[in-house]
Design a protein around this ligand. Structure first.
Ligand code: ATP
Length: 480
């Protein structure tokens, strides 16, 4: 437990030091569960988005894209059930005035205290699960009292009763306007526009990447649970009779996609069927990842049946149907919903390594998949004299239009290598005295740290071949 929290603190600090993630509004003391992506963070995040987007829209001929607005008509949230049902359980500590999700308080307590007593752990979690199923808020409170759980801040057991708390952010001064808590409703509300403008036939999917907002109760898990975050969602519209076929298809398909990321923890990815169904789903399953703080959901696959379109028909009084083969029906929907920030954290946490070198020094290296690395290659002159910087800059200028590169000459070569290792740059190119004579540079690989000489003309081709998305997309096109 301690080891994992030590690694997590190191990860958060590394993300800040190397320009991946900054706490939002830091100069004003920060804002709970809100983060900014720094210069390297935004490149990595954009690469992840591009990978997902291309996997969805280019590798499936029946999936198209959309970018709908964050603010939508308030009836959308009534029809979708979010106004009445999108709530979490909440408990306050009267002394610290802090808010907690009671089930998470219990889960974290049990993970920590019953670490060596799996029987007790299972018994407590199963009682929690039963009470959640029965919506027995009184028993959950009794469980907190029986376990003598204290507020980590005030250290007291002075708890309020448990109540429901709506997670949507309402915009002040604007009656009933909300920040969207999921991107999916933009897809449902555009259903007819998309069918008509794109002549879509069942089955087909609509993919979207965008910001969502949830007034989450603060959980100290960095990017895992934020109040402003991004989702990469796809709603797949199907014949009602084919619900099980497509639900199983998308569960398998999404798991395969994750496994192709080839993260070190790939053995920990698995599918867990939902115990508690959300208000919109008739079946649900999570892809679970081993984050530094344990197994947690990274992506949900849900069968939403006709829940959304049917309710939007009712509220909007518009027909949201498919007319095919003389049939008129509301299609069912299978949804895949992936948190971009959670995927970022999964990739970042499993790529960050401390390696012991032969000289017993430690190097910190971010072993990102090459196609996701924020910077594909760095170019340095061996020394800042004898025309080497000019040659290095010329090479840099020639190639920068094709790839995301950096030119650096601020430190010694050894230090420049270490910095690029920490950022996850797959290749470092060094211009030295032989470059003047032979038009070659050294190319050093991040993972093996081995160097070889290549001709200047080969650089762009090698970077494209090794770090471009093409290779992984080609592989995926045979798999998913
Ligand atoms: P959780 O149970 O962890 O709160 P959820 O089941 O409410 O998640 P969904 O509504 O299914 O999540 O959302 C789909 C995906 O969006 C999740 O699998 C997750 O990756 C991401 N997500 C949801 N809430 C957040 C959040 N607060 N911060 C970051 N990502 C989130």
């Amino acid at each position: 437990m301690k080891k994992c929290s030590h690694f997590f603190d190191f990860l958060i600090s590394h993300a800040k030091t190397y320009g991946f993630i900054f706490p939002s509004s830091e100069i004003y003391g920060g804002l709970n569960a809100i983060y900014d992506y720094g210069p390297h963070g935004v490149e990595l995040k954009n690469n992840i988005k591009e990978f997902w987007w291309k996997s969805m829209t280019q590798l499936h001929d029946n999936i198209i894209g959309l970018d709908s607005s964050i603010l939508m008509h308030s009836d959308i949230w009534r029809a979708s059930g979010h106004v009445n049902k999108f709530s979490e359980l909440l408990i306050d500590n009267k002394d610290s005035k802090k808010r907690y999700r009671p089930e998470i308080l219990i889960q974290e307590y049990v993970e920590d205290k019953f670490f060596n007593d799996p029987k007790k752990k299972e018994k407590t979690l199963s009682r929690l699960s039963q009470s959640l199923k029965k919506k027995d808020l009184v028993d959950i409170k009794v469980l907190i009292d029986e376990l003598c759980i204290c507020d980590p801040i005030s250290k007291t057991k002075n708890w309020t009763n448990i109540r429901h708390f709506n997670m949507m952010f309402k915009i002040q001064n604007e009656k009933d306007l909300y920040l969207r808590p999921e991107t999916a409703q933009g897809i449902f509300s555009n259903f007819q526009n998309i069918i008509k403008s794109n002549r879509m036939k069942i089955p087909f999917g609509i993919a979207q990447i965008g910001k969502s907002f949830r007034n989450e109760i603060f959980s100290r898990k960095f990017l895992f649970r934020m109040r402003e975050f991004e989702q990469m969602e796809m709603q797949f519209f199907i014949l009602p009779a084919e619900e099980i076929k497509w639900y199983e298809y998308w569960k398998k398909n999404r798991l395969k996609w994750h496994l192709e990321l080839n993260l070190e923890y790939k053995k920990y990815y698995k599918l867990c069927d939902h115990d508690h169904l959300s208000h919109y789903e008739s079946a649900g399953s999570d892809i679970v990842f081993h984050f530094p703080f344990g197994f947690q959901e990274i992506e949900g696959i849900h069968s939403r049946r006709d829940f959304d379109l049917k309710n939007h028909e009712f509220f909007s009084k518009k027909k949201l149907r498919i007319f095919e083969l003389k049939k008129n029906y509301i299609p069912y929907v299978i949804e895949t919903s992936l948190g971009l920030d959670r995927l970022f954290l999964a990739i970042f946490s499993s790529s960050l390594k401390k390696e012991k070198l032969e000289n017993r020094k430690i190097r910190i290296v971010l072993k990102l998949p090459y196609y996701l690395s924020p910077i594909k290659a760095a170019i340095f002159p061996l020394v800042r004299k004898d025309g080497l910087p000019e040659i290095a800059k010329r090479i840099f200028n020639d190639i920068r239009i094709h790839h995301r590169l950096v030119y650096d000459e601020k430190e010694s070569i050894g230090k420049l290598y270490r910095r690029q290792d920490a950022i996850g740059t797959p290749f470092c190119l060094t211009v030295d005295y032989d470059t003047i004579k032979t038009d070659t540079v050294t190319i050093r690989n991040r993972d093996s740290m081995k160097q070889k000489r290549i001709h200047i003309k080969e650089i762009s081709k090698i970077i494209e071949r090794e770090t471009g998305l093409r290779k992984i997309l080609k592989k995926l096109s045979y798999i998913i």
